[in-house]
Ligand binder design. Structure first.
Ligand SMILES: [Zn+2]
Length: 279
């Protein structure tokens, strides 16, 4: 199929993209597109228990993400191994690595966090979103990191950047995940360490550090119910056209710029953007 795309999702911790875009990635993989996940850290801070070392946790989380990407139908994940919680101290190296991988994988579309989203408290999400955005807009300039070209890589301009679950911005893309919701849940449940850590979100009264076997078995249903509700709420934006959705704010990319001026000016002067594209 000649119209197959290469799609790269750039995120901070193993499990981020499964929660935010797992149904979409599974759908695109099923349509024959190539899906690559670039994970900036190995998630070795992601535990509320102390009976495990960061190294052991990193190993578990890498395995969990590898299984989740298999479930989604994507390629094996690429880990950049920046320190969990401290990506902020490494943004220049992160940007260089992301430009490198964009030039290597040549994606048409990049998914990441919206770094300008209100109430985003996780510094890794902010910095990964920002550096992925910069890398996507600037990887076309040959004089940026010329050492890549000496390695045989070419400058590359991805066509689009998609922000996952934009809270501050009205979404302009809704992806119908009705058929892939179960696969999304299966991918999320590959991240057992994280689902258990968030147990009190999904099972009322559960203590994540001390889960009974019964509570562990309730987790699956609790997580399914909560994510189904969220997907239904987002699908409401389609005015009844679809049942379960994931939402994005997609921007066309130009060299060193976002090509969304017209839309922003319309917003500024109070013209409501009418179009949500449903895929
Ligand atoms: Zn995260």
């Amino acid at each position: 199929m000649s119209n197959n795309k290469t799609i790269v999702v750039v995120y901070a911790h193993p499990d981020d993209a499964e929660f935010l875009a797992g149904g979409t990635l599974a759908k695109w993989a099923g349509e024959g597109h190539q899906i690559f996940a670039i994970c900036a850290t190995n998630g070795d801070l992601g535990a509320k228990i102390t009976e495990i070392t960061p190294e052991e946790l990193a190993e578990i989380r890498k395995k969990e993400l590898t299984m989740a990407m298999q479930t989604i139908g994507g390629n094996p994940p690429i880990f950049l191994d920046f320190p969990d919680g401290f990506v902020r101290n490494h943004i220049d190296e992160l940007k260089e690595r992301l430009v490198y991988w964009i030039r290597k994988l040549k994606p048409n579309r990049i998914l990441t966090f919206d770094p300008w989203k209100s109430y985003q408290i996780h510094p890794d999400h902010i910095e990964v979103g920002r550096m992925a955005s910069e890398a996507a807009a600037f990887s076309c300039f040959p004089m940026l990191y010329p050492e890549h070209l000496k390695e045989g890589l070419e400058p590359h301009q991805p066509a689009e950047l998609w922000y996952m679950v934009p809270m501050q911005h009205k979404p302009n893309r809704l992806v119908d995940i009705t058929q892939t919701f179960d696969r999304k849940m299966k991918a999320i449940l590959c991240h057992q360490s994280q689902v258990e850590m968030m147990a009190d979100l999904f099972v009322e009264g559960a203590d994540p550090a001390n889960l009974s076997e019964e509570e562990k078995s309730q987790l699956r249903d609790g997580a399914d119910t909560m994510l189904r509700m969220l997907s239904q709420a987002l699908a409401n934006l389609s005015e009844g056209k679809i049942e379960l959705a994931e939402a994005f704010y997609a921007i066309k990319l130009g060299p060193g710029m976002f090509d969304n001026y017209q839309e922003l000016i319309q917003e500024l002067i109070g013209i409501e953007s009418d179009s949500i594209e449903i895929l």
